[in-house]
Design a protein around this ligand. Sequence first.
Ligand SMILES: CC(=O)c1cc(-c2ccccn2)c2ncccn12
Length: 121
Amino acid sequence: CVRKFKEQNSPLQKLLEHLHNLLEKRDMQQFFAWPVTESIAPGYSNIISQPMDFSTMKQKIDDGAYATLNQYIDDFKLMCGNAMTYNHPETIYFKSAKKLLHSGLKITSADKLKQMVHALP
Ligand SMILES: CC(=O)c1cc(-c2ccccn2)c2ncccn12
């Protein structure tokens, strides 16, 4: 068998893993855990050109696909924005996305990130 050499996580990956765990916890109903499917959201792919979800973001962290913190935050905003584009304002999905976006941007504010970086092992 071919042994897969485990790449060590970079400091950025460690920060993103920590941030990702905090943000995922805010999605209690797991509406954002997996890609939105056509079966649960008819016409979704006609309306949303760049789908995004937490599982895809996690995979990108593990693949080292994020070169900067802002690239991760951009995907988080994209994920929330998609839900506020496809779903009408009175839906649970729109309301959850708005709350998630708001709390997420607070967690990723400069002073919160500074505290987070200092607290990293
Ligand atoms: C995120 C989103 O737009 C979404 C997640 C879901 C969803 C996610 C998990 C379980 C059930 N529904 C959904 N359902 C209908 C329309 C939109 N959505």
